[in-house]
Design a protein around this ligand. Structure first.
Ligand SMILES: NC(=O)c1ccc[n+]([C@@H]2O[C@H](COP(=O)([O-])OP(=O)(O)OC[C@H]3O[C@@H](n4cnc5c(N)ncnc54)[C@H](O)[C@@H]3O)[C@@H](O)[C@H]2O)c1
Length: 267
């Protein structure tokens, strides 16, 4: 470790953010990709739906000014699979500038009730939400350490992790998202020596298609009743928080959990 890693390092002008979960058209991931591009980052838009992110990246590339040094690529990856993660980063290494940040947004819900929670469902929910966050972070952090200017990790839990169940999911999801919170604290503690911060966001109900478009207007109204702001959140409201945590202004914020839930869960 050098002294430099313990000082505030400016980010290089050409730098890459890796954003997982960018395949869903109405998801939070796409909002984050657009926001980080607008803030000067090159972006790897990653998702298990490789076709969706490649089409999305092609659309965004066409919008960049011809003289732009920024790049955006779509990367198909199953975050729960080590070989797939390795292949994704091998491509990112070749096609994009230095990786300085990682936004772990890819996740799956688990609406199964306690007695429906089979061993197979448990394994998949833990594999994607928790192990996927670990594998992506190990790959990205290795590159951040090699880059020598620190980095940013932003993970995604849910207020469900605090409440033991919620709008989309029950016990399995609550446990997996609580694991993401624990992982984040471990990352913050172990990676801080390299100037890498790690933080976790806990969204409340956000208007995306995570439940396959089942969030009807009637259901949204019902859910809003116990939210002080009296509405569900929009993906861009989560993207704004993530952009702050990914940016240079959050250089001394690490290991923290931030709710983005309209005041639903106060602690
Ligand atoms: N929308 C909400 O209300 C809400 C609330 C709390 C937490 N969250 C969390 O926020 C994150 C984003 O939520 P969203 O609403 O945008 O979800 P979404 O369902 O719209 O998008 C999730 C994306 O993750 C991708 N994905 C799933 N498994 C993957 C895998 N194995 N490898 C790579 N990609 C994979 C999906 O293809 C999809 O594009 C998730 O982690 C979710 O659990 C969402």
């Amino acid at each position: 470790m050098t002294i430099e890693t313990r000082t505030i390092q400016p980010f290089p002008a050409r730098r890459t953010a890796v954003v997982t979960g960018a395949g869903a058209p109405r998801g939070i991931g796409r909002r984050v990709v657009r926001k980080l591009l607008a803030e000067g980052w090159s972006v790897a838009a990653a998702d298990i739906d490789g076709t969706a992110v490649e089409e999305f990246a092609a659309e965004l590339s066409a919008e960049l000014p011809a003289e732009s040094e920024q790049k955006v690529i779509g990367v198909g990856v199953d975050i729960s699979d080590q070989a797939s993660v390795d292949a994704a980063f091998a491509r990112i290494d070749v096609e994009l500038p230095q990786v300085v940040s990682l936004v772990n947004l890819a996740g799956i819900p688990s609406p199964h009730s306690f007695f429906e929670l089979t061993s197979e469902i448990w394994d998949r929910v833990m594999d994607v939400n928790a192990k996927g966050t670990l594998l992506m972070t190990q790959a990205a952090a290795k590159r951040m350490v090699d880059g020598g200017v620190g980095g940013r990790i932003v993970n995604t839990a849910s207020i469900t992790a605090l409440d033991g169940g919620g709008t989309f999911s029950k016990t399995g999801y609550a446990a997996a998202k609580a694991a993401v919170q624990g992982l984040t604290r471990g990352f913050a503690r172990e990676l801080g020596q390299y100037g890498i911060t790690a933080n976790v966001i806990l969204p409340g109900p956000i208007d995306t298609d995570i439940m396959g478009g089942t969030l009807t207007d009637e259901r949204k109204e019902g859910m809003s009743a116990n939210i002080p702001l009296q509405r569900v959140g929009q993906p861009e409201e989560v993207a704004g928080l993530i952009a702050f945590l990914v940016g240079e202004d959050s250089s001394f914020v690490s290991g923290t959990s931030i709710n983005v839930d309209g005041g639903k869960h106060m602690h």
